[in-house]
Design a protein around this ligand. Sequence first.
Ligand SMILES: [Zn+2]
Length: 73
Amino acid sequence: MKWIWIGIIIYAFIRLWRATRMGAVPRQRPQPTKKLGNEMIACKSCGTFILRQSALMRGGEPYCSEQCQKEKI
Ligand SMILES: [Zn+2]
C-alpha cells in the first residue's frame, strides 16, 4: 500500500512539474526583422545591397557610392 502512494505522489509530481514547465516557457515572439538603419536596400544604379544607414540618397533613390550617383545622372 505504501508503494502505491509513493507512485501516485511521484506521478502527481511529474504532472505538476511538466505543467509548470510548460507554463514557464514563454511563447516565442516574432522578432522584428526590420531594425532601423540595418535594413538592406539595393543601389538604384548597380544593384549592390547596402545598409540604408550608409546609402547615399538622391531624389528618394538609394545609391551605394558617389560614382553610382554620377552614373545615374
Ligand atoms: Zn551602386
